[in-house]
Design a protein around this ligand. Structure first.
Ligand SMILES: Cc1ncc(C[n+]2csc(CCOP(=O)(O)OP(=O)(O)O)c2C)c(N)n1
Ligand code: SF4
Length: 302
């Protein structure tokens, strides 16, 4: 697990106070769990921006505001720009104790919001950008995003005689922000909450831009039972299909090496979006995974 955080924090020591509660997310929503946990770390002086997407749709239902800290909806493309403005405003007001935090989906991050995020990293904005990655445009009915994995069925990548789910690769946002020279980046999973909490604590204290991409299963879009969210998120790591890593001081760090991977076939086929995968499809997924892990094991620090 992430041993790099100096902050002693654990699910048991988190405050009872809730900063994201009463929202209208579907049962078992991984994204809402990612938001809830992160805000328990960044606390009541968080200044939050959330773009169009599920978390704004379920969290800002007038008159039932679900954030108990300051929070605002940004344009779909503009999360990182709005966070930059909020950080500048806080500096102008002399507010030194605030944490400027954004929560954007994978579409809002890797597709339409990428330019604003890249600009913020370039300016070394002191913001924490959290992408809750549910691997699709869920709020508008499960369309493919740049972070939808190969083979996944979505409404724009259906399964039939001419198409067998999403065909392109999943964009590697972790490497993209690292290549932008970000101060701190991490990948996390709601299935490994301690690791996620450590990373949020570390990211919130970085002097510069911090980015966390947290795997956040969406039972509705993935076709899994709502009580399986954290198990699926944990299993993705254990199968080697989701890497827990960090990038800091120009170095890549591996936080968890599962050693022998748990079987990918069962993990994939219990999800409705992957039910159609053939043995050959699964073998391809495993080959890609093994290639990626070879590079990681050869080059990343442990
Ligand atoms: C400029 C613009 N284009 C399209 C939309 C419609 N829209 C609202 S939410 C959304 C999907 C968001 O997907 P993602 O960022 O992955 O977040 P999720 O819904 O999965 O939480 C879209 C396409 C919009 N609000 N603004
Ligand atoms: S559609 Fe998915 S991401 Fe959106 S609220 Fe429901 S479970 Fe969460």
């Amino acid at each position: 697990m992430s041993g790099s955080s100096k902050t002693p924090i654990s699910p048991r020591s988190l405050p009872e106070e809730e900063f994201f509660i009463g929202h209208k997310a579907c049962a078992g929503c991984g994204g809402s769990l990612a938001v809830r946990l992160a805000l328990k770390v960044t606390g009541p002086r968080s200044l939050v921006a959330v773009p169009a997407g599920c978390m704004s749709a379920v969290g800002f239902l007038y008159p039932q505001m679900s954030f108990s800290c300051n929070a605002i909806i940004s344009t779909f493309a503009g999360t990182a720009s709005m966070l930059s403005g909020m950080a500048a405003g806080a500096r102008a007001l002399g507010w030194r104790d605030v944490k400027v935090v954004g929560f954007a989906g994978d579409g809002g991050t890797a597709d339409i919001g990428l330019q604003a995020l890249s600009g913020a990293i370039d300016r070394r904005e002191r913001i924490l950008y959290i992408c809750y990655d549910n691997e699709g445009y869920m709020n508008t009915g499960v369309q493919k995003s740049g972070l939808t994995p190969p083979g996944a069925r979505t409404t724009t990548t259906p399964v039939g005689s001419t198409m067998r789910g999403s065909s392109g690769p999943k964009k590697n946002m972790f490497e993209i922000v690292a290549a932008n020279g970000i101060a701190y980046a991490a990948t996390a999973s709601v299935g490994y909450p301690q690791d996620y909490l450590d990373k949020v604590a570390r990211a919130a204290s970085v002097d510069g831009t911090a980015y966390i991409q947290v795997l956040s299963p969406c039972p509705t879009g993935w076709g899994v039972p709502s009580h399986e969210t954290t198990r699926i998120a944990r299993e993705a790591v254990d199968c080697g299909l989701w890497v827990l890593g960090e990038y800091a001081d120009g170095k890549h760090i591996l936080n968890r090496d599962p050693g022998t991977f748990a079987p990918a076939a069962e993990h994939l086929r219990t999800q409705g979006r992957f039910k159609h995968l053939t043995d050959e499809d699964v073998a391809r997924v495993e080959r890609d995974r093994d290639e990626q892990w070879k590079k990681i094991r050869d080059h990343w620090l442990r």
